[in-house]
Design a protein around this ligand. Structure first.
Ligand code: ADP
Ligand code: MG
Length: 409
């Protein structure tokens, strides 16, 4: 929503509010003649105008739900004060009919219902007052055709309800579209950036690997050194593979070899790989995997997905806590659940997951989950985050189960 309050919108808001404030102050000045000087009613009117003006003016600095509620309540106080203070001015009746429209200004659904209910109650009280106490002495225009007025007021409320709902829906759709556009723009930018950086990293790696291969053949190095060269070459191969993964991000249709993958095998190799990482903070990874769970996926990408998610779970866990990894078959699906008892996340934080560069870690990149979500989507899977702040997180990853033979795409 915040994006919609751009500089231009802000300017329009302040101009509209200035006009409103001028109108309210003019009303206040005019009413001195009607009320014969400054009495209690005038002071209430004056205070309502002052509080409402200040609140409307400073609202863009405090765009909270509570602050909006305060403005609406002052709006109620102001319009009903006008209605009861100046019974001869029948147009105040129109103003109280339109109070729920104030929440259209804020596009806040809860606030709209709140003002709708409050106005309903106040209207019942007002009409009861006009019928049973005033009996048409001051409010002749209302009492004269009480039924007609009640029907009209219900019609106005129904109209407001439809106007608000239709425009609210349209606004939400537009907001969603705007967010998606921003997300795809960011993804495009990340894709181009990673492609450029990855390409630049590849060249020096090729040179280093070439030298290592030469040293490996060189007899002046002993066997223990040569085995270390092998290790270094293997590590460089892994780096190359990761770079290729990054490059596929910017090329969405790059071919990927599909394989029938044994989930148990992959989970064991991934947890084995992360074992020493977990030991650094005295964490453990408990795995419980059902036999014969197969899915059709690119093995490297599947590993990359699991490494990212389990690593996040370990990083969120306190010293000594364990992370559990469970995989089982559920109808036609293979479900993998990674649970930690770590820091957990709020609803807003969960919503931000997968956004490029979203990271709450001092040394995080905020790219891990973006890549994970991309992989899951690519293979038609699903990933859900269920998290509770301070208690922990469960990540559920689901892929269609595969029972056929090994094949390549
Ligand atoms: P990075 O790990 O580099 O920060 P990620 O995309 O992997 O980037 O994760 C983004 C953010 O999501 C993390 O910084 C962390 O705040 C949050 N996060 C992800 N998984 C968990 C989890 N299991 N528990 C708590 N927070 C998590
Ligand atoms: Mg991560």
């Amino acid at each position: 929503m915040r994006e919609f309050y751009s500089q231009v919108n802000r300017k329009i808001y302040y101009i509209a509010m200035l006009l409103n404030i001028i109108l309210m102050i003019s009303g206040l000045i005019l009413s001195t003649t009607e009320l014969n000087g400054i009495d209690f009613g005038y002071i209430v009117h004056f205070l309502c105008v002052m509080f409402l003006s200040v609140c409307l003016w400073i609202y863009p600095k405090y765009e909270t739900h509570t602050f909006r509620k305060i403005i609406i309540l002052f709006g109620f106080a102001y319009f009903y004060t006008l209605f009861f203070l100046y019974p001869q001015t029948w147009t105040t009746y129109i103003l109280i009919c339109l109070i729920p429209a104030l929440s259209i200004l804020f596009f806040d659904l809860k606030l709209f219902y709140f003002s709708f209910i409050i106005n309903g109650i106040l209207m019942v009280i007002t009409f009861s007052y006009v019928i049973f106490i005033d009996k048409g002495k001051l409010y002749t225009y209302l009492h004269h055709d009480i039924l007609g007025n009640i029907i009209n007021i219900i019609a106005v409320q129904a109209l407001l309800f439809f106007i608000f709902h239709l425009s609210f829906k349209r606004m939400k759709k537009q907001q969603l579209y705007y967010e998606q556009l921003q997300q795809s723009e960011r993804l495009k930018m990340v894709g181009q950036l990673t492609a450029a950086v990855a390409h630049e990293i590849r060249n020096p790696i090729t040179v280093v690997r070439g030298f290592l291969q030469l040293f490996k053949e060189d007899d002046s190095f002993d066997d223990s050194k040569k085995s270390k060269f092998n290790l270094m070459i293997d590590e460089l191969n892994t780096v190359e593979q990761i770079i290729s993964q990054f490059l596929t991000l910017s090329k969405p249709n790059g071919d990927q070899r599909l394989e029938k993958v044994d989930v148990k095998d992959v989970l064991q190799s991934v947890t084995g790989l992360l074992h020493s990482y977990a030991m650094l903070s005295d964490n453990q990874i408990d795995i419980k995997v059902e036999e014969d769970c197969y899915i059709s996926i690119n093995k490297i990408e599947f590993k990359q997905l699991l490494i990212n998610v389990i690593k996040n779970a370990l990083e969120a866990s306190d010293v000594g806590k364990s992370v559990s990894v469970i995989a089982n078959r559920n109808n036609n699906f293979i479900e993998i659940m990674i649970t930690d008892e770590g820091s957990g996340m709020s609803e807003a934080e969960v919503k931000s997951l997968g956004t490029p560069f979203y990271s709450l870690k001092s040394n995080g990149t905020g790219l891990g989950l973006m890549i994970c979500f991309n992989i899951v989507e690519k293979y038609g899977g699903e990933i859900y985050y269920n998290s509770s702040k301070g208690k922990g997180t469960t990540v559920t990853i689901r892929f269609l189960s595969e029972s056929g033979g090994i094949y390549t795409d």
